[in-house]
Design a protein around this ligand. Structure first.
Ligand code: SF4
Length: 427
């Protein structure tokens, strides 16, 4: 059977199946939140090929309960709500559709995401107990479009407006000109927390700002770098290569960061205007003087600066400012329940697909929050009861250790861990 979301790729496969009258059942999921344009393309596909497409809907009872109890847009409120909505509207109907079948055909293409690059075109899907076949895995987007136009296949007009993958209307946006086509998807295949990436993309959308996204995974491939290894395979050091490439690509002469002196010893050595040489590197002994609030913004040819405007703030200052300005934040900063590995030195590292979980690991479910977000393989959570900004401010008044000291495993590697990374160009 073939699952179609009626996007470009799926229309190619539907055309092939229907034109050749192949005995393959075609189905689609109607989440109830699709774009009108998607319904139109379903209609024109049915008219063109005169072959039925099975439409599966979420279970009525589950949807009624969800919307009655949490409202129609609960997925905006938290990651848990989003997962719940996706489960009811997508996962459960999909499982129902696949049940009892042996082969599932999809329109997945390798270039759609980093983790599809090495994917085989035929694979076993353990979760759904089915063989998956991706017949156009190695097609480029240009090849897909050429096929669509050559055969005059009906396609979703949203593709012409910059939409690359078209799912539910509230959770899909167009990709802007010059933006990586994957930026429009609410997925990041790096080691980032999903909450942080969703927040980033939503903020860019709300502000209607152009967001430039570069992927550490791309740098690893392009430069043939060694990805992180071990139980907690951090990519923290590898980010530096991507950062330096971006600075060079756009010839940025100043990059603003939110680091503060009190976070960590190496950060304390930075000036507000902190110079990097033509190789992007930092020499703490060669810092230019910065007296009182007289900042040295002079940049020589080839150099650039990192600027840390809130370097002299404390974590408490930041949260008081957040409170005063009513700034929205990723939900991960507030207390929630999370499954974590309790490490030997007492840190709580969330279980995720990148860390290796061993039999001897102590897995706990705790009420936690994050004081800093970064690479999820080396950022630990802290136990907390802080559900609001006021709770966090009260909690911080009692805190004895900085957020980096409390939560970053990579900074604990050695006294000089951060300084070494910063010398190499790390933010
Ligand atoms: S993509 Fe958005 S609207 Fe669609 S099922 Fe998931 S959370 Fe709900």
């Amino acid at each position: 059977m073939f699952s179609t979301s009626l996007g470009y790729e799926d229309q190619v496969i539907s055309h092939f199946i229907f034109s050749n009258k192949l005995p393959i059942e075609v189905f689609t999921l109607d989440t109830g939140r699709l774009f009108n344009e998607t319904y139109s393309v379903l209609n024109s596909t049915l008219e063109r090929y005169k072959t039925p497409i099975k439409v599966l809907y979420p279970q009525t009872e589950a949807i009624e309960k969800l919307v009655s109890e949490k409202g129609p847009i609960s997925f905006y409120e938290s990651l848990e709500n989003r997962k719940e909505c996706c489960y009811i509207r997508k996962v459960e109907p999909l499982k129902r559709a696949l049940k009892g079948n042996s082969i599932w055909i999809t329109g997945i293409r390798a270039e759609q995401s980093d983790n599809r690059q090495d994917m085989p075109s035929v694979e076993w899907d353990e979760a759904n107990q089915i063989v998956k076949f991706h017949p156009i895995l190695n097609w480029s987007l240009d090849e897909v479009k050429a096929y669509i136009f050559k055969h005059n296949i009906p396609y979703n007009p949203l593709h012409d407006k910059g939409f690359v993958s078209i799912g539910c209307a509230p959770c899909t946006r167009a990709v802007k000109e010059g933006e990586d086509f994957r930026a429009g998807r609410n997925v990041d295949t790096g080691h980032n927390f999903e909450e942080a990436i969703s927040y980033r993309d939503n903020l860019a959308k709300q502000l209607d700002e152009k967001l430039i996204v570069r992927y550490v995974t791309d740098t690893i491939k392009a430069k043939k770098l060694q990805d992180g290894k071990g139980k907690f395979p951090s990519r923290n050091g590898l980010q530096t290569y991507t950062l330096l490439d971006v600075i060079e690509e756009f010839e940025f002469d100043a990059c603003i960061g939110g680091a503060r002196r009190d976070e960590e010893k190496a950060r304390a050595k930075e000036r507000i205007f902190s110079v990097r040489d033509e190789f992007g590197q930092w020499d703490p002994k060669m810092q230019r003087p910065e007296l009182w609030n007289i900042y040295n913004g002079k940049v020589n040819k080839g150099e650039n600066v990192r600027v840390f405007p809130i370097s002299n703030w404390t974590e408490l200052d930041v949260w008081n400012y957040i409170k005063r300005e009513k700034i929205e934040l990723p939900s991960i900063y507030f207390t929630h329940e999370r499954e974590c590995i309790l490490t030997e030195n007492g840190q709580l590292v969330n279980t995720n697909e990148f860390v290796t979980i061993e039999e001897k690991d102590v897995i706990v479910k705790k009420k936690v929050r994050y004081r800093t977000v970064g690479d999820m393989t080396c950022t630990a959570a802290v136990e907390s009861e802080a559900y609001t900004v006021d709770d966090i401010i009260a909690e911080l008044k009692e805190a004895k250790i900085s957020e980096r000291g409390a939560t970053r495993m990579d900074d604990r590697v050695s006294e000089a861990a951060m300084e070494d990374r910063k010398k190499g160009g790390y933010f």
